[in-house]
Design a protein around this ligand. Structure first.
Ligand code: PMV
Length: 364
């Protein structure tokens, strides 16, 4: 593994006098959907297996980081979510900023204000840590670059943003890159790393560049077991070593399918991974279940529909009960018809978020 210091020497603590002034930076960053799942980690926020995701478009977080010089010591932060002070999120972000200040020592020289909004309804029960942490990490890198000009190289900027996002939420490392990203060392991708994600855009067949992911909302309740606790339970899961080995093998197959444009193979791997993720939850000690009856009903309907109509539509699941429908652009009319006719009764308030693969974060 690379020596951290070689890649990311900390930014200087002393801000040049002509840059020591109030300013702000502003980013939008999307969520992503993992096809090969990251589930299980080792300190500090390093993955037990490489994971691969498609970057989404509509489910996104917009974050503005404003800063003004201050004289006092320590980190100072105000945090607003949807325009309102949000003390719980503030605690989490403050803790995160403390944890990354070795890389960004200048943060303590400013009074910081973070204002953040999500594009999707809070009631949708969608995990927003990937979009939220990537948007914040991008803001931190822009701030560093404004003060010191140290990240003018785009590829270094993305690498550092991904590295910092990872320290906030592992899956956020992948949201820095458009289309598709890989996080975790994988022999087939020489530039890959456990420390940050890398872009797979150049290895992607065009059919995947506008692939759809309709996120079907089954429940918006808080999960009984958080992702954080779920990762931890992998430490004692008896199937963990086999899981990590299988994920690596599947990754190689998925890389082939992605470059060949093999949608059927892609879909098969996506579904295997989704069910295996939930299988790991069911075999944890103690075991738990995040699927709802509607989740299973949707999966059954989907499989029957696919067989009957020969339409390439597949599912994946995150760590929750909501179902992601994955399909190529050419079958959108069929899939939306099926969704309305057969799946609508299983959705919470008929809610689904139509999403698709996109270009990734954008500076506002
Ligand atoms: O990044 P975290 O700690 O929220 O974990 C994400 C876990 C999954 O969403 C289930 C899988 C993944 O790779 O995104």
């Amino acid at each position: 593994m690379e020596d951290l210091k070689d890649i990311f020497s900390p930014a200087p603590a002393e801000v040049p006098a002509d840059k020591y002034e109030a300013g702000s930076v502003h980013w939008q960053s999307p969520s992503n959907i993992a096809i090969i799942k990251y589930w299980g980690k080792r300190p500090v926020q390093l993955p037990q297996n490489p994971s691969l995701s498609l970057t989404l478009t509509n489910a996104r977080t917009e974050t503005r980081l404003s800063y003004e010089p201050k004289d006092s010591d320590g980190m100072e932060l105000e945090f607003f979510f949807d325009g309102e002070p949000a003390p719980r999120f503030r605690e989490r972000v403050l803790h995160y900023l403390e944890s990354v200040k070795t890389y960004l020592p200048f943060l303590e020289r400013f009074r910081l204000t973070v204002q953040t909004v999500n594009s999707f309804p809070h009631s949708a029960g969608i995990a927003s840590s990937a979009s939220a942490m990537s948007a914040l990490a991008l803001c931190l890198c822009s701030m560093e670059d404004k003060l010191f000009g140290s990240l003018s190289d785009d590829s270094l900027f993305d690498k550092k943003a991904s590295f910092l996002a990872r320290l906030g939420s592992g899956s956020a490392a992948r949201s820095i890159f458009g289309y598709a990203a890989l996080w975790g060392q994988a022999s087939r991708v020489p530039e890959s790393s456990d420390l940050f994600a890398v872009s797979l855009e150049d290895r992607l067949h065009p059919v995947f560049k506008n692939f759809h992911d309709d996120i079907l909302i089954v429940s918006a309740d808080e999960k009984p077991v958080s992702s954080r606790a779920g990762h931890q339970l992998m430490d004692t899961n008896p199937y963990a070593p086999a899981r990590y080995a299988r994920a690596k093998q599947r990754l190689d197959k998925l890389l082939d399918a992605l470059s060949a444009g093999d949608v059927a193979r892609f879909g098969q791997i996506a579904e295997q991974e989704a069910l295996e993720l939930h299988g790991l939850m069911m075999t944890s000690e103690p075991p738990y279940l995040l699927m709802q009856p509607e989740t299973v009903a949707i999966i059954e309907r989907l499989r029957r529909y696919r067989e009957r109509e020969d339409i390439p539509v597949f599912f994946t699941l995150d760590a929750g009960p909501n179902v992601h429908l994955l399909y190529p652009e050419e079958v959108i009319a069929d899939v939306r018809g099926f969704l309305q006719e057969e799946l609508a009764p299983y959705l919470l308030n008929n809610t689904f978020i139509p999403d698709f693969v996109g270009e990734g974060p954008e500076e506002v």
